[in-house]
Design a protein around this ligand. Structure first.
Ligand SMILES: *Cc1c(COP(=O)(O)O)cnc(C)c1O
Length: 240
């Protein structure tokens, strides 16, 4: 019997997308949310340009890298897409980041917010740069992000910066053994967002939380952006 033709990469990615959309839909319905309010951010770190193109053909239109350098390396080979930065941004790369990304999800200090506002004001004066403020809601020493108390202190200044638009908050959960353990992190980010938004009209409602292992739980708890790498592209090569 001849071997069945291998599923093409694009077909595999389409299947992955359908299954993710189904799980997002089920999670949204469980809590009475509209599934259309949840956006998939396809995280393409370590993924080669041709697979990123296949993913875009399969319908993934919002994509992300966690390093500016990696986006630069693939930019020529990958046309289009709406790109988010989801990794730490050093201040000397702020200008390049604004040129290469539509949204920076990882603004984690007042300093960085001020720098981005200033450069975005030069590079794109007509439209403020959309950003999310990364919060370390678990108080995890291994994680980047604002301490919630610092965020409360700095938020009024950040919201007044003319070059950026703060669409909402983002968090990276702790490393955990089972997905259910991620829920308190998501609950905490949403509660923080609600509290801050009741006092600061300029803070947007976006919540970027949930990754491949736990995104249905994040959707149940209010995520508007889920950042998925392995659920789309499979396991990443382990770093040597
Ligand atoms: C790599 C990465 C993701 C995606 O992780 P998966 O577990 O592969 O879904 C999401 N967010 C950030 C910040 C990442 O660096």
């Amino acid at each position: 019997m001849p071997a069945a033709p291998a599923v093409s990469d694009r077909e595999g990615l389409s299947l992955a997308r359908a299954s993710i959309l189904e799980r997002i839909g089920e999670a949204a319905v469980r809590v009475g949310r509209d599934p259309a309010a949840i956006e998939i951010v396809a995280v393409t770190k370590t993924v080669a340009a041709d697979r990123i193109r296949a993913a875009m053909e399969a319908g993934f239109s919002t994509l992300a890298e966690n390093r500016v350098q990696e986006r630069i390396a693939k930019a020529e080979a990958v046309d289009g897409g709406r790109w988010h930065l989801v990794g730490p941004l050093q201040s000397n790369k702020a200008r390049r980041a604004i040129e290469l990304f539509e949204m920076i999800e990882t603004v984690d200090s007042l300093d960085l917010a001020q720098r981005l506002s200033r450069i975005a004001g030069e590079l794109r004066p007509a439209s403020p740069l959309p950003v999310l403020l990364q919060v370390n809601v678990d108080d995890d020493p291994a994680k980047a992000g604002f301490d919630p108390a610092d965020l409360e202190r700095d938020l009024p200044v950040i919201l007044d910066l003319p070059g950026i638009a703060v669409d909402g908050l983002m968090t990276v959960g702790r490393l955990i053994e089972t997905a259910a353990l991620a829920r308190p992190t998501f609950v905490a980010l949403r509660a923080l967002s609600e509290r801050l938004r009741s006092r600061h009209a300029g803070l947007g409602p976006a919540l970027s939380m949930g990754m491949s292992e736990d995104y249905p739980i994040a959707v149940e708890e209010g995520a508007t952006l889920v950042r998925l790498g392995r659920a789309i592209f499979g396991a990443r090569p382990t770093l040597g």
